[in-house]
Design a protein around this ligand. Structure first.
Ligand SMILES: NC(=O)c1ccc[n+]([C@@H]2O[C@H](COP(=O)([O-])OP(=O)(O)OC[C@H]3O[C@@H](n4cnc5c(N)ncnc54)[C@H](O)[C@@H]3O)[C@@H](O)[C@H]2O)c1
Length: 245
């Protein structure tokens, strides 16, 4: 059941072509927000069947990010919230990861959200209820022993979040969500979803299962809504009890 919690809110959601970003954009629209969807995947944006505007933006390209944000904000008539959900996974061992790949993971997962925050800032400053929600990862709190570039990029997102909460407070609330394993396209190519995979999940997670994109979207809704009006700089673990941080 939806409750119009975001009535009239103007929102940019990145990574909106798939998985968690897609679920956030859909839930926010159901809660009566007006959403501009960003992603590098034009086909995925189209398939998401968006009501609002969609922008094909590769967030490693600063020019595209700034142009996209300016255009989106013109269309929305302002900006109240930015949700940074785009990201890429990586499980290369540190011993063999190329510098090019390391730089790419950092560029998408950490520098991308920074660019979006910077581009959004002048517009968020004009809002009466501005907030940012960054989708980090449980790997940024408690690494699993694989994917150090990814874990480092997500730990960076957590500190980006805390530091911006301090730098841009009291005007703008900035929070992060740390999802546990969520069943999205991101898992393809990373894991075989075999018995051993589900057994590892059962052992590592108190709730003994993966999360759903919609469960992460509910946390984003809370943090972006006025129900979270006294919350800033936090990392909210939505991870079925993997990290207990
Ligand atoms: N799925 C999980 O288990 C999990 C766990 C913890 C954190 N996360 C984080 O949640 C976020 C969403 O992941 P997901 O599971 O929905 O994955 P996903 O692969 O389903 O979606 C990620 C989206 O980001 C987009 N994207 C990738 N690189 C981009 C770029 N350079 N510019 C613009 N868009 C780009 C992709 O096109 C895709 O639509 C990511 O930041 C991810 O790191 C996911």
């Amino acid at each position: 059941m939806t409750t119009g919690q975001l009535a009239g809110k103007r929102v940019i959601v990145t990574g909106a072509a798939s998985g968690i970003g897609r679920a956030i954009a859909a839930l926010f629209e159901a809660e009566d927000a007006v959403v501009a969807r960003f992603d590098r995947d034009a086909d995925g944006l189209e398939a998401a069947g968006a009501k609002g505007a969609a922008f094909t933006v590769d967030q490693t390209d600063p020019h595209a990010v700034y142009e996209g944000v300016e255009q989106a904000v013109r269309g929305l008539g302002g900006l109240d919230a930015l949700i940074n959900a785009a990201g890429i996974a990586d499980d290369n061992p540190t011993e063999t990861i190329s510098l090019e790949r390391w730089n790419k993971v950092l560029a998408v997962n950490l520098t991308g959200p920074f660019l979006l925050c910077q581009a959004a800032l002048p517009h968020l400053r004009k809002s009466t209820v501005p907030s940012i929600v960054n989708i980090a990862s449980g790997s940024g709190i408690l690494p699993s022993g694989a994917g150090t570039a990814y874990a480092a990029s997500k730990a960076g997102v957590l500190m980006l979040t805390k530091s911006l909460a301090a730098e841009w407070g009291p005007d703008i609330r900035v929070n992060a969500i740390c999802p546990g394993t969520v069943d999205t396209n991101m898992l393809n190519g990373l894991f075989e979803k075999d018995d051993a995979f589900y057994e590892r999940i059962r052992k590592a997670y108190a709730l003994q299962r993966m999360g759903k994109a919609e469960e992460i979207a509910q946390a984003a809704l809370f943090l972006a809504s006025e129900k979270a009006s006294f919350i800033t700089g936090i990392s909210l673990a939505v991870d079925g009890g993997r990290t207990y941080h």
